[in-house]
Write a protein of this length. Sequence first.
Length: 514
Amino acid sequence: MTDAVSVWLAFACGLALSAVIERWMTPQPPWRRPWGSWAIQAGVFGLAHGALVLLLGHPWFAAAVVCALMLVAVVVNNAKVRALREPFVFADYEYFTDAIRHPRLFVPFLGWGNALAIAVGVVAAVTLGLRVESAPGQRWALSGQLGAVLALFATAALCMAAGARQAVRLSFEPERDLAGLGLVASLWHGAMAARRMPRVLASPFDEPEVAQSMSHPSNPSALLPHLVAVQSESFFDPRAVCPGIRADVLDEFDRLAASSLMHGELQVPAWGANTVRSEFAFVSGLDDALLAAHRFNPYHAVAAGWQVPTLAGFLRRRGYRTVCIHPYPASFYQRDRVYPLLGFDEFIDIRAFADSERCGPFVGDAAVAAKIAEIVESAREPVFVFAITMENHGPLHLEKVAPTDEADLYTAAPPAGCDDLTIYLRHLRNADRMIGALRGSLGRSARPASLCWFGDHVPSMPDVYDTLGAPDGPTRFAVWSSRGTRNTQPVKLAAHQLAEAWLHAVGVMGAISD
């Protein structure tokens, strides 16, 4: 077999195998799809295969490596669907590097068995591939391997160009796009769409609109309340999922809701993870459905220069000092770059909690409550604090159930296989205690103060949901003020509506004009 024929035959076999590997996905893409999707898959495989042949000189080994990468994507996809009910999307590429920097957050969702199998497979492929396949005789000859690789590049580029010309309307609903286009084409079209900056969107915090709705004069510092918003990690009410959970697990939240300006269900743009989606929706007031390709991680666009009117920017212009707290490394999700761009004067990360008590692997909610109280008590001007907690972040199954947990958290023993729920409840009770601590410290403030509490998404507990049934996805929220209560009935809001509703409820923003 000549060197040129080996390149083309390895490419054809590898491309066919990649289509077979894709069939192992959940959900499974159909064979029937637009011809342009197959052209893009051929083009992507050809470019990757050709680059590896050029680098290594072993076409069959190169084809095996590309197929192995496809298999890794499929395994990661299936694990993500299991844990988060969402297929792999183009914005997930950074999770591969995040898994190296923060392995405890990501590798357990994949499963240590899958991770080990991938590692062993890669090592075996490299070892066997380089030893079994003989070196080419004419690697750099135009009539040999180099010529075949250049021809493969040209063919792949033509396939990509032809596939790109076919009109495709992405829905940015991962399951729908995967079913319509297949894995490779959906990732490629998504990546191309993400290169375009988001269009200009109307925000409730646009200056022309908010200027008309202000209920106070331009410098009302004596009238403005302190504002504290807490996005509580994985906070929702699990008592409907498992009736045996003790009612007092959320005692403080129930009191907060009973004495609130408003409370109820919060529809969030995330399930099981992807905190930044709810985070951005709250801060920006933008519906994620309008963000197109940037709905999966809007911070990429912000870091690239997308200017977004925000809650923090609005409050800073009204005389507030704006502070964000997240007890985790500042660079995670580029928050150290993004939060100044979103209007925050100060970003406090895990370095401020070096001596704080951990609860499980993360900084405890009690330490975050203490930091908020410290900021509010020392403030001489109105302050807005936005805290994103970490204590109840999974993977929960890496922690152990304590001997006293069951008696402390349940009125009846939970079903077998619900250890993750027990661990979740242990942290949820600490989040509930954080509510009580905050209400106490804000109530003692000389300046009126308000607390907006909400969950970013329901927790990822697939084994528990297999037994008890999965929640639909809404979390809970409550808005409380030291000035008093309206004793309202529960309402339903979306995450992007919450901040504006909060400002109206406490009188910082006037009534919305019709």
